[in-house]
Write a protein that binds this ligand. Structure first.
Ligand code: IFM
Length: 763
């Protein structure tokens, strides 16, 4: 950590290459990929990672700084809000008297280094030797994990040869047309969104030193600075800019004052102090969430990259926002929140950063009124969450899109992909299992579970066959629309109703006054709970005791069975290969569906039928979603098929790290990254949360010599190590009261003084 360090130290990456992601050279066509992969984020600000234009690179897409929660609709008649990018606060031009310095960049010298440990992006570039000045340009940027409103940029120019006047202009890029200017002053600018009435303010300060001597700007404007001096060999020029960004949920005439306050606090720390605090915050995150693997360098790199983006995606202090499908790293999906958060990300936060998990669930609590309104508008009771959610929680899934054949397609997910309402309840329950956060359960979590249970009890209609059916839905497999009794949806609905009844009983028993208030406010009485009991028992499951299979939905098994092996090597998804209509008539699945149910609710698969279902559905899956391979990897690992799981693990990692999936210019695939962590911890280590302790069922892949990680459980910090050579498991309690750890069904008492050490359990 740099406390009183030099600029040189700040610009020098962490020595251990296992913490670094590096890219050298420059290809315009791949620039947007790098911009995504090298993004920095702190859960409030997200900045894409391309080289600034002045450093000698053209941009494939405009620069992007995202501010969490800054949504607006692009046109007055649009119902689909999107994240509005803020002004580019990193814009710098370095000019010779006759034009840009980096007119002739030496492409090979261009390097980007994402220092995962420090949470900073470092860049460097040089001129070619035929330029008037030979200059080495290095830069650093960060968005503070300690003070989330704050961003910082540093640039150092080392003049190697040549003498010339040089100008450095630090400006702000233009804002998107969706932001209307409100104020422009020397140190501050403020804007508002046109329709959603949000305020944005940016306060900034900048400084430049030549050989350590501060220079006053030659010109100064609103948030712009310009310095001109004569550059000569051996000169070292340092530039620093600090910004503070604030967002307000309503138009606020004072919106600049908080930005100014945040800026003043950051300037008081100085850039050294700012970096020191930022790095200390990252060190704390890594202490809780680093996963170490010996024997598989690629897996190690993938897990660090995943944890870096997961830690940077969330803001534990802001319950108004959640993590979008591309986090704060790209335009795809417009900043909207999906089931990705509760199913693929939340376990990471619940077990390594409970405060962050709580904030994400409080976002769902804050959007409960919108979920109630959606259910009511569709004729049901309780809460139906939006399939795509933005700031208010209203349904914001676009109704149409352009298909691969350029035809306009209707998108039915907003009305039919209803499993989201069980996924949110699942997230609440898992957080409760992991933390026993009573205040959260009583104030927010119980109400979410009760209202989603109520939704499912009203949604599943009793029919003449004596069963309740959930008709006309889309399951996780979005290739099939308007289906009846999707196994995932129905299974999760039954589970949600059961949890609703459990929560009701828990409140009645432990906090009767909370139950009295809540049940009265919700109008929930004994007869309704009785109806839930009946509904939970009678919702169709699609399970066939003869084959041991859950039918993915009513009639799925009668569809054309396509041999996907015949399409191995294809470079486009199966619905593009076969066409949308034909795909709908086949058993080709877009992503884990029954397999996802197996992962989330393994207890609903009796007597080894988990394997039966995995073996049946895996060959039918075309992995047309970036979420799919992670879920299959997790399922395979939990079934003890470590090598299959490892194959999926590496394929999932490749989505954002190896350009093998779709282009990633639209942002990182945060759910796939969450899935990597899940596969390691819930899969290979076989962690399960039980009401009475934690359980492990380890299955390490052969190449992994060891796996080491930390998790928090109900106020305890545990350190866990798996060892391949001895098939060993070690669980140490680093803080908190003793607990029970289950391995192979056997109970072990673990305390601070008595860690658990077992051998021969990892097969
Ligand atoms: O939530 C997913 C969905 O399951 C498949 N399409 C992309 C969404 C966002 O990641």
């Amino acid at each position: 950590m740099i406390v009183s360090g030099t600029m040189e130290q700040a610009l020098t990456p962490t020595a251990d290459p296992a913490w670094l992601l590096r890219e050298t050279g420059y290809e315009l066509l791949r620039e947007s990929t790098f911009e995504t992969r090298f993004a920095i984020s702190n859960g409030f600000l997200g900045v894409r990672g391309g080289l600034a234009t002045h450093l000698g690179a053209c941009r494939a897409v405009p620069p992007r700084t995202y501010v969490a929660g800054l949504f607006d609709t692009p046109t007055p008649d649009s119902a689909v809000p999107e994240l509005v990018p803020a002004a580019d606060w990193l814009e710098v031009r370095i000019l010779l008297p006759d034009g840009p310095l980096m007119r002739h960049p030496d492409r090979a010298s261009r390097g980007l280094t994402l220092d995962l440990k420090r949470g900073v992006l470092l860049a460097e570039s040089r001129q070619t030797s035929n330029a008037p000045l030979d200059v080495r340009v290095r830069s650093l940027r960060l968005v503070s994990l300690d003070a989330r409103a704050v961003g910082m940029q540093m640039i150092e120019l080392d003049i190697e040869t040549g003498v010339s006047d040089l100008t450095l202009e630090a400006t702000f890029g233009p804002t998107d047309f969706e932001l209307a200017p409100e104020r422009a002053e020397l140190d501050l600018r403020a804007w508002r969104t046109w329709r959603s009435a949000r305020s944005l303010a940016i306060a900034a300060a900048a400084a430049l030193q030549v050989d350590g001597m501060e220079r006053q700007p030659t010109e100064r404007g609103d948030l712009t600075w310009s310095w001109t001096w004569t550059a000569s060999p051996g000169q070292v020029v340092s530039f620093q800019r600090i910004v503070a960004v604030t967002r307000h949920h309503s138009l606020d005439v004072h919106s600049g004052s908080r930005a100014r306050k945040e800026l003043a606090a950051a300037r008081a720390l100085g850039w050294r102090g700012l970096i020191a605090r930022h790095e200390a915050a990252w060190a704390e995150r890594w202490r809780s969430s680093d996963v170490r693997i010996e024997g598989d360098t690629a897996a190690q790199a993938a897990l660090r990259f995943a944890a870096y983006h997961l830690n940077g995606a969330v803001n534990p202090a802001d319950p108004h926002v959640s993590v979008a499908a591309r986090a704060l790293t790209g335009d795809d999906y417009r900043g909207h929140v999906f089931w990705d958060t509760e199913i693929f990300l939340l376990p990471f936060y619940s077990l390594t950063w409970p405060e962050a998990a709580r904030a994400l669930l409080m976002y769902r609590f804050r959007t409960l009124p919108a979920a109630r309104a959606k259910a009511a508008a569709m004729g049901w009771r309780g809460a139906l969450y939006a399939w795509e959610s933005a700031d208010t929680g209203a349904e914001v899934t676009p109704e149409q899109t352009v298909g691969p054949d350029r035809k306009i397609l209707d998108i039915l997910c907003g009305s039919q992909e209803q499993h989201i309402s069980a996924d949110v309840a699942y997230g609440v329950w898992q957080y409760w299992q992991a933390t026993e956060d009573e205040a959260f359960l009583r104030e927010a979590g119980a109400e979410i579970i009760l209202e989603t249970a109520r939704f499912w009890a009203s949604r599943a209609a009793l029919e003449p066959d004596g069963l309740r059916h959930i008709r006309t839905v889309i399951g996780p497999d979005e290739y099939h629309e308007g289906v009846d009794d999707n196994a995932y949806t129905n299974g999760m609905a039954r589970w949600t109703i059961a949890r609703g009844l459990e929560v009701a009983a828990l409140l009645q028993e432990r906090w009767p006054e909370t139950w009295a208030c809540l049940s009265q406010r919700l109008g929930l009485d004994g007869p309704e709970l009785g109806q839930w009991q009946e509904a939970g028992r009678t919702i169709a499951t699609g399970f066939d005791p003869v084959t041991g299979l859950f039918e993915q939905f009513g009639g799925f098994s009668t569809l054309e069975d396509v041999d996907l092996k015949a399409y191995a090597g294809r470079s486009v998804p199966m619905d593009v290969v076969l066409g949308r209509e034909r795909t709908q008539r086949t058993q080709v699945i877009k992503q884990a569906d029954v397999v996802a149910l197996l992962v989330l609710l393994p207890e609903t698969f009796p007597d080894g039928t988990g394997v039966t279902n995995f073996d049946h559905y895996e060959p039918r899956c075309g992995h047309g979603s970036s979420l799919s391979r992670a879920m299959h990897g997790l399922a395979a690992a939990r079934l003890g098929r470590a090598e299959t799981a490892l194959r999926y693990f590496h394929q999932s990692a490749a989505i954002d790290l190896a350009d093998t999936h779709v282009a990633i210019g639209g942002g990182i695939h945060i759910a796939a990254l969450g899935g990597l962590w899940l596969t390691a911890i819930f899969g290979f280590a076989g962690l399960s949360l039980r009401p009475d302790g934690v359980a492990f069922d380890p299955h390490l892949p052969a190449a992994w010599r060891s796996l080491e990680f930390r998790v928090q459980w109900r106020g305890r910090q545990l350190s866990v190590t798996l060892d391949q050579a001895t098939q060993g498991l070690r669980v140490s309690l680093e803080s908190g009261p003793p607990l029970t750890v289950f391995v192979g069904g056997i109970k072990h008492a673990v305390s601070g003084a008595a860690p658990l050490r077992l051998e021969g359990v990892g097969g």
